[in-house]
Write a protein that binds this ligand. Structure first.
Ligand SMILES: Cc1cc2nc3c(=O)[nH]c(=O)nc-3n(C[C@H](O)[C@H](O)[C@H](O)COP(=O)(O)OP(=O)(O)OC[C@H]3O[C@@H](n4cnc5c(N)ncnc54)[C@H](O)[C@@H]3O)c2cc1C
Length: 386
């Protein structure tokens, strides 16, 4: 496939943040794009994501992706109902947690070398700058300035609309299966039909099916080392005045995060470090997650309001915690395995895989062919600092 050939036919399987971004970037290059989404736009993990965005990565390829993603979030902000809200991101280890304190002390200079606007800070500075939070148990902390939050579903809806405006066709409520050899997709529900299904062929196919990516490719005979795992989040009330003094936080010792939210605050954790079945998992949050999170929020913030919503969703792990982005077989591309960081990088990774489909190789570090597909590995929570 070449960017110079106009009108190459491309299928994108999955209408999450990554799929609709890729669809937009392919369509505006003049490709003929069809997006298949079995549910609605953002009906998978994107619609369940917390919307925490930052560029605080140390590896040069991650830093490049972070730069591009943040620039695009800012560029799109204000279109339709999508809004990127600038908010610093603070991550910290408790006093006495030397392992994570050392990890933060080690990360920050490497991130700065990679051009990130991050710095070590002290509990006193944090108290001064963010009085809504109790920092008394904090030993070592760092702050990233190039950060913010947004509504992930609003982003996906906007990019789907932009893709359509650029000429893409978006078919929601359309589950497909993949025929990798024929570079074709077939509607799943058409199987029982009398005409034996309606298969469509393409010049290239991109699989951005999130937690279903491994299963979809496995049915087509292609193994990839991806493991979905379950995480949880909730929203709760929080005083509007104090919200203005609330940064996004990640407590690396306890392993939870929080951020301001239009209804108060949003907090998340509840990670299960085991492989989940993408077709059989509990969508509601566990009672224990809600109780533990309420307790943590009480200690960190003092008073806060009632829990409004609590839910679970799936993230996807890889053996080296880096994603699979690029060509798997001739004409068959994949973009998946974000280890809990797929939404914040979607504007860059969706674009990168569109570029890969145009024959460029923007992220060789993430080539899916670096794995055989049958690797054994443990699921590790993506935000872990150690
Ligand atoms: C509780 C929670 C909090 C999170 N918080 C953050 C965060 O703060 N920041 C961050 O960066 N990331 C976060 N994440 C991770 C983030 O949600 C994902 O990394 C990101 O949404 C992945 O986007 P995607 O487009 O790859 O996948 P998805 O959004 O899952 O999209 C895949 C789509 O493919 C569709 N599909 C699957 N199979 C088929 C098929 N056979 N045919 C047609 N369609 C199909 C699905 O319906 C789905 O809509 C969080 C995740 C959860 C669950």
């Amino acid at each position: 496939m070449s960017g110079d050939e106009r009108g190459t036919r491309v299928a994108v399987i999955g209408g999450g943040a990554v799929g609709v971004t890729a669809a937009y970037d392919l369509a505006r290059r003049g490709e003929e794009v069809v997006v298949y989404e079995k549910d609605r736009i953002a009906g998978g993990s994107t619609g369940r994501a917390a919307g925490v965005l930052y560029d605080a990565y140390a590896a040069p390829e991650d830093a490049r992706v972070g730069d591009r993603a943040m620039a695009r979030f800012r560029e799109f902000s204000g279109e339709a109902d999508f809004e990127f809200r600038e908010t610093p991101y603070v991550w910290f280890a408790h006093e006495g947690d030397e392992r994570r304190a050392d990890a933060i002390r080690d990360q920050v200079p490497r991130m700065r070398e990679a051009g990130r606007e991050v710095a070590l800070t002290t509990p006193d500075e944090l108290r001064e700058r963010f009085p809504a939070v109790d920092w008394s148990d904090v030993g070592v902390a760092a702050v990233a300035e190039n950060a913010g939050h947004t509504d992930p579903e609003g982003y996906a809806r906007l990019l789907a609309r932009k893709a359509e405006d650029a000429g893409a066709e978006i078919r929601t409520d359309t589950e497909v299966r993949l025929d990798a050899d024929a570079l074709a997709v077939e509607r799943v529900e058409a199987e029982a039909g009398e005409d034996g299904g309606d298969s469509e062929s393409f010049d290239a196919i991109l699989v951005t099916a999130g937690a279903h990516t491994k299963r979809l490719l496995a049915v087509a005979g292609i193994p990839v080392p991806l493991k979905p795992y379950r995480v949880q989040a909730l929203t709760a009330g929080f005083d509007a005045d104090r919200r203005a003094d609330l940064p996004m936080c990640y407590d690396t010792t306890s392993g939870y995060y929080l951020r301001p939210h239009p209804e108060g605050l949003l907090a998340g954790d509840g990670t299960e470090e085991v492989e989940s079945d993408p077709d059989d998992w509990t969508r509601e949050a566990d009672r224990e997650f809600c109780e533990v999170t309420r307790d943590r929020l009480g200690r960190r913030l003092g008073e806060f309001g009632a829990v409004r919503e609590a839910w679970a969703g799936l993230c996807v792990a890889t053996p080296d915690r880096d994603p699979l982005v690029g060509e798997l077989r001739d004409g068959l591309f994949v973009a998946a395995g974000w280890q809990g960081h797929g939404f914040m990088r979607a504007p860059a990774l969706g674009e990168a895989v569109a570029e890969a489909m145009a024959g460029e190789n923007p992220l060789p570090e993430f080539a899916p062919t670096r794995f055989d597909g049958d690797e054994e590995f443990e699921v590790v929570e993506g935000m872990t600092v150690e």
